[in-house]
Design a protein around this ligand. Sequence first.
Ligand code: PLP
Length: 365
Amino acid sequence: MIPFSDPSASYKAHKIEVDEAIQRVLDSGWYVLGKEVNAFEEEFASFHGENLHSVGVANGTDAIALCLRSLELGHGDEVITASHTAVATIAGIEQAGCTPVFADIDPVFRCINPQSIEDRIGPKTRAIMPVHIYGQPAEMCKIMKIAKAHNLEVIEDCSQAHGAEINGQKVGTFANLSAFSCYPTKNLGGTGDGGVILCRSFKLAEKIKSLQQYGWNEYRESISTGYNSRLDELQAAILRIKLKHLCNDNEKRRLIAQRYNHDFKNLPITLPTQKTNELHAMHLYVIQCEKRNELLKHLRSKGVGASLHYPLAVHQHAAYTNRIRGGDDLPVTEQFYQKNLTLPMFPELTDYCIEKVISNVQKFF
Ligand SMILES: Cc1ncc(COP(=O)(O)O)c(C=O)c1O
């Protein structure tokens, strides 16, 4: 079966460097929050630009919660986001004690629709959390304008879009705070859980560093209630290597997407669209097809690991149904979830596998 994502291929592609880094950490005798984490934080921040700070954390869900907590947002504070996202986005918002509110998505680019954000703003709205879903940048210029007009915070969920750009500016740098997951399948993925926060303010970064360890100050006195959300040295050392290869790996993803787009262009499916002024991170290659279930079954029977991202939008999960404001008015999201289908996409996908995916999709029609 050709998988839709393959973290082991990423390890094999960088095996010598990764093995050396693992040995270095094991030999060091220091395993959590140390030199490697510090170096990763510096390298991750400067990858995104000047005068930025970053904090390595335990996972992307914690990164979201810590961003909100650092802004003193919590009980009663509403955060507008999309239901078309990983459940993790909503879990992170609720972990911080905030209340998620769902806005609809754009039918072509699949990210949160700025007009729908405006429609949902109410007296308790405090923040907007756009998700750069599948690697497609959300409409950050419009979103930042809305936030300014209504005095709202913006936290970008960049978990699927490491290295994506709008007009040469990397996602994660439009808002003051951004959360990234470094789960193994991500474009910047480790070999275990991991996450990172990007932030403009040194003071906020320091606050997050306190919150990630029980709210400690320098004397290990808890001055606020916090979490245990630390990045370990092994993950940091591996992520430093992956970061060096990220742009190249993203380019390989975009080239595979170009081949798919070219060979599928005459088929009755909707293809992911890329804007000319943007760099799509192409985390997932997701098409839309009327006969989605039949195509999924066909591809799996032919050894193509097509998948669904996701089988359900968040508001359709039992835990969230009828509970989240806005969840009863998401027509574009609901339509999308009847047709979405994910095809294999990762930088190490071989020509043979790409051809096999293409020919089996073509044979279906
Ligand atoms: C959009 C989005 N947000 C947040 C997360 C949370 O990341 P993690 O699984 O590292 O907690 C993920 C990853 O699953 C994600 O895809």
